[in-house]
Design a protein around this ligand. Sequence first.
Ligand SMILES: Cc1cc2nc3c(=O)[nH]c(=O)nc-3n(C[C@H](O)[C@H](O)[C@H](O)COP(=O)(O)OP(=O)(O)OC[C@H]3O[C@@H](n4cnc5c(N)ncnc54)[C@H](O)[C@@H]3O)c2cc1C
Length: 397
Amino acid sequence: MAVHKASSLSCVYDAVVVGAGIQGSFTAYHLAKRGRKTLLLEQFPLPHTRGSSHGQSRIIRSAYPKDHYVAMMQRAYQLWAVLEAEAGTSLHRPTPMLVLGQQQNPTFQSYWQTMQRLNIPSEVFTPQALAEKYPEIHPQAGEMAVADLTAGVLYPDKALRAVQEQFRRSGGTLRDGEKVLSILPGDAVTVTTNQGEYRAKSLVITAGPWTSHLLAPLGLQLPLQPLRIHVYYWRAKGPGTCSHVEHLPCFLGINLNQSAHDIYGLPSDEYPGLVKICCHTGSPVEPDRPDQLDPASAVPDLQILRGFLRNYLPGLDPEPALEERCLYTNTPDEAFILDRHPRFSNIIIGAGFSGHGFKFGPVIGEILCEMSLGEEPPYDLAPFRISRFHASPKAAL
Ligand SMILES: Cc1cc2nc3c(=O)[nH]c(=O)nc-3n(C[C@H](O)[C@H](O)[C@H](O)COP(=O)(O)OP(=O)(O)OC[C@H]3O[C@@H](n4cnc5c(N)ncnc54)[C@H](O)[C@@H]3O)c2cc1C
């Protein structure tokens, strides 16, 4: 993609969005569709693989242990369908997702009860029913599963291309390879990049793992922890051992074997014959130096996954066939941050998507767009407020 030269003169926009991952791209898309003059800035030439939104597969699901996420997902499904229609292409494929866990586990119970209460199309699997439908999966004593029948696999690279393309078609400007260096708050926010200077009525920061780099000079410290995630793909041990890897469901294993870490999996798709199975956690890292792990805080994910495969999917070879990387940006409670800067109300922050934000992209973008236009989004946003961390802005600025 071409890098555009910014004018040395100040350009005035209705909104500038920093970061063209899935959240920033959808925010810019909604702003442009509502007729706002919008600039989307991305530090790296697009497409890139250094943040969180790249790759070939993400799980989309309604199943969540808390109602507010389910309400947002209902809107997200509608908006994904709108983008698919605009782009004239499919951005996901339906695939049930099993939530697997001990029947008495409180988190497992919350998933199950929420699905029942909110009438999410679902199917309950006793161990026997699971063995009949998915003989490759071996639940342990006391475990059962509930399938979310609305779930599926999203195609992130394709989705990101589609939303950025529709943003441009709606009149938006996307400049990639252009890094935001500083932000000066005011009635009009001034943004300085390595190529120019822009002014905007509002600014949306959706900078993924780099968010703290932009917020610290604005006097705001948020508990955001970038984590390096290893994405593993596994193959069947031999003919007949796990022969239907394309037909496995997506799954989310909750605290299996008393583990503190959840494990998730997706059926074979992007690499024929290889199943994607990962730990829903990673090792703390600085996003500009993702190769420098501190051995003291590194998570033994491979060891955890090998143990899981031996017990639950013994037909798969416990040596990964392929490894890729990605970054999460976690908050302590793994809930997102969707809020205004406590001192500068025309600076909006969308961050901390904690490894589960992709599926929400269209609705997060809509919420951040509405906030930047001074509107009240129609959701319970209390769980996503900055004040839950008792963060107090410093006196600086
Ligand atoms: C391995 C893995 C599996 C996942 N699985 C799922 C899943 O199954 N389902 C699901 O819903 N979610 C999943 N997620 C989470 C989801 O992908 C993320 O929550 C989402 O992509 C976060 O998007 P983002 O836009 O916030 O961040 P990013 O994609 O990181 O985008 C931020 C962008 O900001 C840019 N930027 C930063 N600083 C600047 C600056 N100063 N100037 C200009 N640009 C800047 C960055 O370069 C980057 O492109 C997964 C994530 C990973 C890593």
